[in-house]
Design a protein around this ligand. Structure first.
Ligand code: THU
Length: 139
């Protein structure tokens, strides 16, 4: 299954903005929100390496900050030999908003691979497990 063209080109463009001076590994991502608008993001590294944010997470944050919490498709692009799937932390963050996400990974040679998030993160922990206590139960 081929990635949606619009998302692929948005992810390629976003990748060019990546701030990756430490790894040199630039990643771009794009998703289509429920109101048919596309959001994108890139990885943003930090001199304190552990604070690096992946492209998938900046993309989700961009959508959420614009008021969009519903999305079903994402494309991720990196210059890897074979298209590379999202890291574990990103799978968890994606699951919060899009448990049924369809996702395509692509490299710059045009190879693509399709996944469903539920296959990448089986038996996931998510919002459904949390029972938020009432204020009266907190004290
Ligand atoms: N990276 C992403 O942006 N997404 C992933 O799913 C995997 C890794 C970034 C983080 C870091 O800036 C660089 O790739 C090397 O790990």
């Amino acid at each position: 299954m081929k990635p949606p063209e619009e998302l692929l080109s948005a992810a390629i463009l976003a990748r060019e903005k990546a701030y990756a001076p430490y790894s040199g590994f630039k990643v771009g991502a794009a998703l289509r929100g429920s109101v048919a608008k596309i959001f994108s993001g890139c990885n943003v590294e930090n001199a304190s390496y552990g604070l690096t944010i992946c492209a998938e997470r900046t993309t989700v944050c961009n959508a959420v900050a614009a008021g969009i919490r519903t999305f079903t498709q994402m494309v991720i692009v990196a210059d890897s030999e074979t298209p590379c799937p999202p890291c574990g932390a990103c799978r968890q963050v994606l699951f919060e908003f899009a448990p049924n996400l369809e996702l395509w990974v692509a490299n710059l040679s045009g190879e693509t691979k399709f996944y469903r998030l539920c296959d990448l993160l089986p038996e996931a922990f998510g919002p459904a497990f949390i029972q938020i206590p009432k204020a009266s139960e907190l004290f």
